[in-house]
Ligand binder design. Structure first.
Ligand code: KIV
Length: 284
């Protein structure tokens, strides 16, 4: 039986019932299939694809076309999962018009369920404009990787009382602008707990502790595929890099020593045809 696709009202219901939302990133068709088969509630096609798929040093170079293309592949792999497209750097910062047009592309070209964008108070107007166009918005506050330069690097946010107050103000601004969910990244659990107490929309965490409505991890971290670095908040549930590298080196070894391909990997000629074939060749 096909999995029941959850919609935004289901996430509000889960919040009321204290059921945790499970969320992971995905960038391609097979991983999206795995996520749907595993029963994940939501998938984020994050602009982290810049690092996890394209090998860029950060998310800044990622384009709208790349994001939409990957969303389209993920949608096909996970037709019954709530999919969120991530707005890349400069796709929403320039103007309300550009933000609405780009947010709309995710829906029109990749059939996603919602979009996510980074920032609190400073992007509240953009969130409002996109919501007014009839598009579901997920906010993203705390550590916002697209502006990591301004934040002084990929650092936890809200660790002092003053800094925590700013994170809470961002959370309220995002909710007041009409966002239907919010992601809090790399913030102390005490601060997330407060945000969870004061907000009415579902509050999700990536590296922001357990006191909220659900968790997100980057799939490439979770399965041990991304090699460059591992943030403190990541738990690796398997080590795909190790498994795949081992498989590839065994393949190399077997090709070099001639033990691959074996008989079982060959298409044999139909019985009697080899003899006829050799005779045919002799006549030439
Ligand atoms: O792009 C992404 O995967 C994200 C997460 C870091 C939250 O935005």
């Amino acid at each position: 039986m096909a999995k029941k696709k959850l919609m935004i009202h289901d996430f509000f219901q889960m919040k009321r019932e204290g059921k945790k939302v499970t969320w992971v990133t995905s960038y391609d068709f097979p991983t999206a299939q795995f996520a749907e088969a595993a029963g994940l509630d939501m998938i984020l096609v994050g602009d982290s694809l810049g690092m996890c798929v394209y090998g860029y040093p950060g998310t800044v170079p990622v384009t709208m076309d790349q994001c939409v293309l990957h969303c389209d592949a993920v949608r096909r792999g996970a037709p019954n999962t709530f999919v969120i497209g991530d707005m890349p750097f400069l796709s929403y910062q320039v103007s309300d018009e550009k933000a609405v047009e780009n947010a709309g592309r995710f829906l029109k070209e990749a059939n996603v369920d919602a979009i996510k964008l980074e920032g609190g108070t400073r992007v509240a107007g953009r969130i409002r404009a996109i919501v007014d166009a009839g598009i579901l918005v997920v906010g993203h506050i705390g550590l916002t990787p697209q502006s990591s330069g301004v934040l002084g690097g990929h650092k936890a946010q809200g660790r002092t009382a003053d800094a925590a107050k700013l994170v809470v103000e961002d959370a309220l601004a995002v909710q007041n602008a009409g966002a239907q969910m919010i992601l809090v990244e790399a913030v102390p659990p005490e601060v997330t707990r407060y945000i969870h107490q004061v907000l009415t929309i579902p509050v999700l965490s990536i590296g922001a502790g357990p006191h909220c409505d659900g968790q997100l991890l980057i799939v490439s971290d979770l399965i041990g595929q991304f090699q460059a670095f591992t943030p403190k908040f990541v738990k690796k549930y398997c080590n795909v890099a190790e498994v795949v590298t081992k498989a590839l080196s065994e393949y190399c070894k077997e090709v070099r020593e001639g033990s691959f391909p074996g008989e079982e990997h060959c298409y044999r000629m139909i019985e009697g045809e080899e003899k006829k074939f050799m005779e045919l060749m002799k006549r030439k």
